[in-house]
Design a protein. Sequence first.
Length: 137
Amino acid sequence: MKKKIGIWLDKEKAHIITLKEDKEYFETVPSNLEFFNPKGGSGTKFKGGPQDVVQDSKYLEREKLQLKKFFYTIAEKVMDAEALVLFGPAQTNEKLRKELERSYPQLAAKIKKVVKADSMTNNQVKAMVRDAFKNKN
């Protein structure tokens, strides 16, 4: 059974579209990523007064670990794919590709293309995946 899978993802969720024997399966995987908005307060409203130090590196490291967990969940769901196509805005799809190359080389070898795509409706995502695999055996 040949499975062709397209993944549209951003930092909030991943839509996994599986094409198998003329059938289409759609699944959404939430990222459970915390969105940090660190703000440094100050002890006084006067310029140059004591200020809190915001440790951006802590927030970035936490986000990196959460993204890795999200990518692991996606990889487990698409492990039996014959071919993969990754879509999405920003760099999340590239980050997934790099993580697959690092941790799941057998899965990364199945990636046919990585495409930048803006936010879309579920039907647009399905159509994009169908188009990506059209005329490819």
